[in-house]
Design a protein. Structure first.
Length: 530
């Protein structure tokens, strides 16, 4: 059986004869024709050796080489937009337009171009210069980076195209991309475009490498190997924690995006003021992409009242009548159904009826709303924060503002949290009580805005306390901040000018690089610089 090649050490390599897998078309439930090999440790070992060689070569090329590659790659992606959208649609069932072509693909190339600019100026490296003591420091690339991409964003978070990838390359780190098994063909197409950009710009051929799948044991071995600098991972909590345990034992940084229920609090004044608008916003956000966003608002918190009851009833009716979208895979469908069952067994009441089985094998599950009381939540907060990834949500009705406070104190870490309040100020007192509690539990606090959109902005934090991520101090979105995950801090004490990194020499290397000189951030040259 012929399989698609892996890209290792600058060569397309056939691994025919090894175990292989096929992606699934979620709209039909049938396998897609192409077969992809499951790599052995020998493939990983070869890729690691090649990545180390590429890393040292990259250090000699300077930032313009990285910038040129990222720009060329972004241009190549734009030129192949239709082909990428077509294959990603088939492998994920995500809508061609606007989702893939008009939203996710432009975001992907925008990230790459922002990373190119950051690499070129070098401000991301936070150069600090103490002229009196002649001590200087900056962030520098850490080493080869492994990137594990998720199933739900084949472009913008993809292992060979997304935010982790762009940040690692901008830092000067070669990337070993581990494709998500849900969309290997999409990742392969990206790899061919990346290869073309590498050859065009003269980067080391092993700056980027691609494997599709490994055993769990080899995945853990990869993230903990002495040759690896760091790992970026987006996916399930269980698999991520297995990798984290292996990386932690070896002292290797690993940046995880795991699970998040993204609580949304609706205060009484907001419901009274704009009930129908809130329904529209929540239904749009909750069912967007069939609920398969890491920022999907899966936990809805309200205070007990007649107005809340009416609003919940209307929401359930909207969920019941909305068409159920297609899920990314059979595994996502199974996990969603299991999560709903667990919550029901724990005492949650279903507000929507289960739909009959979908004909034709499509991966799908009925839009589902579940409900519990605040007391139920407090009696088993861990269970009722089970992530139900997909088109389902849990509503918690608290008996008082005091009970709502206690619920927020029991929240696990989340990527986002939101409070909707009356624009005329009737909820301000309660907002002031609740907002600090919620902010402590999330990476991004929103007010009167659903969390599903994640802007590519330098100020964005797409991260949060555990278990939403593995560390609360880092973001996976937002250049230049995200680049620092793949860097180490190096201090240079009493080095001669010619031996310093380019960002630490007396002249400002670009005229645009921000550096902290004797406590002041500036783009100026040092006095007397030549």
């Amino acid at each position: 059986m012929a399989t698609e090649p892996v890209w290792i050490a600058g060569q397309w390599r056939q691994l025919d004869g090894q175990a292989a897998f096929q992606a699934l078309d979620p709209s039909t439930g049938l396998p897609i024709e192409s077969h992809f090999p499951i790599s052995s440790w020998a493939d990983c070992d070869l890729a690691l050796d090649a990545a180390v060689d590429a890393f040292w070569e990259l250090q000699q090329l300077g930032p313009n080489a990285l910038s040129d590659f990222l720009l060329a790659y972004a241009d190549a992606i734009d030129s192949d937009a239709d082909g990428l959208v077509e294959i990603a649609h088939r492998e994920t069932a995500l809508a061609k337009a606007p989702r893939l072509k008009d939203v996710e693909l432009p975001r992907t190339t925008n990230q790459l171009r922002l990373a190119a600019k950051a690499a070129q100026t070098g401000s991301w490296s936070q150069p600090i210069i103490d002229t009196k003591l002649n001590i200087r420091s900056c962030l520098e690339p850490l080493g080869p980076v492994a990137v594990f991409g998720p199933n739900n964003f084949p472009f913008a978070f993809g292992s060979i195209s997304g935010g982790d990838f762009a940040a690692a390359i901008a830092a000067g780190c070669p990337v070993i991309a581990k494709a998500n098994t849900g969309h290997p063909g999409t990742t392969l197409r990206f790899a061919k475009l990346a290869e073309s950009a590498i050859r065009q710009t003269g980067l080391p051929s092993a700056t980027i490498q691609l494997i599709y799948r490994t055993s769990h044991e080899d995945g853990a071995r990869l993230v903990s190997d002495p040759r690896i600098g760091a790992t970026g991972y987006t996916g399930s909590r269980h698999a991520g924690l297995v990798l984290k345990e292996a990386a932690d034992r070896a002292g290797k940084p690993i940046y995880l995006e795991l699970s998040s229920v993204n609580p949304v609090v609706l205060l009484p004044g907001a419901i009274q003021e704009r009930s129908d608008a809130l329904l529209d916003e929540y239904v749009t956000s909750g069912l967007m992409g069939t609920g398969q966003f890491c920022t999907n608002p899966g936990l809805l918190l309200l205070l007990e009242s007649e107005a809340s009851e009416q609003w919940i009833g209307k929401l359930a009716d909207r969920y019941q009548k909305a068409p159920a979208g297609t899920l990314l895979s059979r595994n996502v469908q199974k996990s969603l159904q299991q999560g709903i069952s667990l919550l029901e067994q724990a005492g949650a009441k279903r507000l929507t009826t289960a739909a009959p089985a979908v004909e034709g094998g499509r991966c799908s599950c009925a839009n589902t709303l579940l409900r519990i009381t605040g007391t139920q939540f407090l009696n088993d907060p861990e269970m009722f924060q089970t992530e139900i990834f997909g088109n389902a949500a849990l509503i918690v009705v608290a008996s008082s503002i005091s009970q709502l406070q206690q619920i927020l104190l029991q929240l696990e870490g989340n990527l986002t949290g939101c409070i909707y309040s009356d624009t005329q100020g009737s909820d301000d007192e309660w907002y002031d009580i609740l907002a600090p509690l919620l902010a402590h539990r999330v990476g991004r606090l929103l007010n009167d805005k659903m969390p599903t959109g994640v802007a590519v902005s330098p100020a964005m934090n797409h991260g949060g306390p555990y278990p939403s991520t593995g560390h609360p101090g880092f973001t996976a979105v937002g250049i230049p901040t995200s680049i620092g995950r793949f860097a180490k801090l190096t201090c240079y004490d009493a080095l001669r000018q010619a031996r310093l990194p380019w960002v630490l020499r007396d002249p400002n290397p670009t005229g645009q690089t921000w550096r902290c000189i004797d406590g002041q951030w500036t783009t100026d040259h040092l006095p007397g610089a030549r």
